[in-house]
Ligand binder design. Structure first.
Ligand code: SUG
Length: 445
C-alpha cells in the first residue's frame, strides 16, 4: 500500500517572542529581548505550509500551546486569579514569565519521535512525545503535545502514542530533530537513524565541553525499544561534540535525510565512515546516497548561520528531490555558492526553493525545525483526524484567524499584559474548532 510522508508544521503561537532562553542555540541567545512580530511569524509559517500543499505534498498542522502557561506558575507557588498571577510574576520575575510565555512548541521537529508502521514490531505507527528537559521553557510542552497527538492519532488500531520519557537529564530527548529515517520507499521497512549528543551513563564517552548535549544515547535507545525496533531497523550514532560546541544543538542543524539520501556536513558525526557503513548495511534494496558538504566549501559556522542543513529534503514526482531552504542561505556567500552548484553535482537533489522564515530563524528554528514528519499509509492517513490536515479552505480560515487575533509587535514588557492571555485563550478556543481537535488545553477543562 502506498505511503506518504506527511509534514506536520507547528502553527506559530500568539506569544512568539525572543526570550534568549536556549543556551547553546546561537540565534536564540543573540536575539534576547528583541521585539518580535507574532503575526508575521505565523503567516510566514502558513505560507510555507501552503506552498508545500500546492506542490502536492500532504501537509498537517499542529496547534500552539496555551501561553503564558499560568498553570505552571500556579504549580510553582504563585497564587490568586490568573490575572493576579501574571501581575505578580511580571513584577517579581520577568525571567520566569519569559520561560512560560515562549511559543517554542512551533518547532514540531522536537514534539515527538515517529516510527512508521513498516518498521515496528506490531505494525502500528509509534509516536513518543519528547520530554525536552534540557530547557525549562520546552520541558513544559510535553503534556499538551501528548493531548494533541492523542487527539489527532486516536485510532489505537493504527497508532500508539506514548508519553514522554521520565524527565531527567540522563534521558534528555529532543524528538525527531535527532532522528532520520532512510528507506527505498516510504511504505517499505526502513532504518531509523538516531543521532545523540552524548551518552549519559558511559563515563568514558566523549561529550561537548561548552554547550549541552540535549539528546542522550539512553533516551534514543529507550524510544527504539518502546517502538518495537530492532538491530536492523534502528541505528545509533554520536554527533560530533565539537560541532555542538559551535552551536549545532540538534543533528538537524548539520544533516538531513530523505529516502536513501543523506545530505550532511563533513564534521557532522563523530565517526563518519562507521555511520555510512551502519546505514548501508541496514538499508534494504538500495544503496545509501551520501552527499557530504566539505568544510573547505561551507564551514560549520556558515551552516549555523544559514541553516543550510535545517532544510526539508522532499521527493519530487520525477524521482528526484528538492531542498527547501531558509532565505538566510541566500545571504551567506559560501552557502549560496554551494547551493548554486548543487544540481550540477548529479545527485538526486536537483532543485532548491527558498522561504522567508526570519521570525522563526531568529530563534534558531528553520524549515526543518518547524515540521514533524509522519509517514502514513493510505489507510493510516484516513484513520487520523482529518481536521489537522491543510486544505485550501483551512488555509484561508487560518490566515483569517491569525489576522484577527495576532499582534504585530511584542516586546518583553508585553508578556504580563492580561489581554495577551485572554485574547490568546479566545484564539485557541476558536482554533480547536477549525482543526477539530476537541478540548486539548488546560483552560478548556
Ligand atoms: O529548542 N529555540 C528552539 C529552536 C528549536 C529548533 N529545532 C530544531 N532544530 N529541530 C530551541 O532551542 C528559543 C526560544 C527563545 O529564546 O525565546 C528556542 O526555544
Amino acid at each position: 500500500m502506498k505511503a506518504y510522508e506527511v509534514n506536520f508544521d507547528g502553527l506559530v503561537g500568539p506569544t512568539h517572542n525572543y526570550g534568549g532562553l536556549s543556551y547553546g542555540n546561537v540565534a536564540s541567545y543573540n536575539n534576547y529581548q528583541a521585539v518580535s512580530n507574532p503575526k508575521e511569524a505565523a503567516l510566514q509559517g502558513l505560507k510555507k505550509m501552503k506552498a508545500l500543499h500546492d506542490m502536492g505534498y500532504k501537509q498537517g498542522i499542529l496547534p500552539p500551546h496555551e501561553r503564558p502557561a499560568v498553570a505552571f506558575l500556579k504549580a510553582w507557588g504563585f497564587d490568586g486569579t490568573d490575572h493576579q498571577v501574571l501581575e505578580k510574576v511580571a513584577k517579581t520575575s520577568p525571567e520566569l514569565l519569559a520561560q512560560v510565555s515562549s511559543a517554542s512548541c512551533m518547532w514540531t521537529a522536537n514534539a515527538a519521535t515517529i516510527s512508521p508502521s513498516a518498521d515496528t514490531q506490531d505494525g502500528r505507527v509509534h509516536l513518543t512525545v519528547a520530554n525536552l528537559n534540557n530547557k525549562l521553557h520546552r520541558s513544559i510542552e510535553h503534556e499538551t503535545t501528548l493531548a494533541i497527538l492523542e487527539s489527532i492519532f486516536s485510532d489505537d488500531g493504527c497508532f500508539a502514542v506514548h508519553p514522554a520519557l521520565h524527565s531527567v537529564s540522563q534521558l534528555g530527548d529532543e524528538g525527531a530533530a535527532n532522528h532520520t529515517r532512510f528507506c527505498t520507499d516510504y511504505n517499505e521497512r526502513g532504518v531509523e537513524f538516531f543521532v545523540y549528543g552524548a551518552s549519559a551513563l558511559n563515563r568514558d564517552a566523549k561529550a561537548p565541553k561548552n554547550f549541552p548535549a540535549r539528546q542522550t544515547l539512553e533516551a534514543s535507545q529507550a524510544i527504539a525499544r518502546i517502538h518495537g525496533l530492532n538491530d536492523q531497523t534502528a541505528f545509533f550514532a554520536q554527533q560530533n561534540p565539537d560541532v555542538i560546541d559551535q552551536g549545532v544543538f540538534h543533528n538537524d542543524v548539520i544533516s538531513v535525510g530523505n529516502k536513501n539520501v543523506l545530505f550532511y556536513h563533513e564534521d557532522a558525526f563523530l565517526e563518519t565512515s562507521s555511520v555510512l557503513d551502519g546505514l548501508n548495511q541496514r538499508l534494504q534494496n538500495t544503496e545509501l546516497v551520501s552527499i557530504c558538504v566539505p568544510r573547505a566549501q561551507v564551514q560549520v559556522q556558515d551552516a549555523v548561520k544559514s541553516y543550510l542543513f535545517n532544510s526539508q529534503l522532499l521527493s519530487t514526482d520525477d524521482g528526484k528531490m528538492v531542498l527547501i531552504v531558509p532565505k538566510e542561505c541566500q545571504e551567506n556567500a559560501n552557502v549560496w555558492h554551494y547551493l548554486e552548484g548543487l544540481p550540477a553535482l548529479g545527485t538526486p537533489i536537483q532543485d532548491v526553493k527558498v522561504f522567508d522564515l526570519k521570525q522563526s530563524m531568529q530563534n534558531g528554528g528553520g524549515p526543518a525545525c518547524l515540521r514533524l514528519r509522519v509517514v502514513l499509509s493510505e489507510q493510516e492517513l484516513q484513520a487520523m483526524n482529518q481536521g489537522a490536515l491543510l486544505t485550501d479552505k483551512r488555509y484561508d480560515q487560518l490566515v483569517h484567524w491569525v489576522e484577527k487575533h495576532y499582534r504585530d509587535r511584542l516586546a518583553p514588557s508585553d508578556l504580563g499584559d492580561p489581554a495577551l492571555l485572554d485574547d490568546g485563550r479566545a484564539a485557541l478556543d476558536e482554533l480547536t474548532k477549525i482543526l477539530q481537535l476537541g478540548s486539548i488545553y488546560p483552560f478548556q477543562h
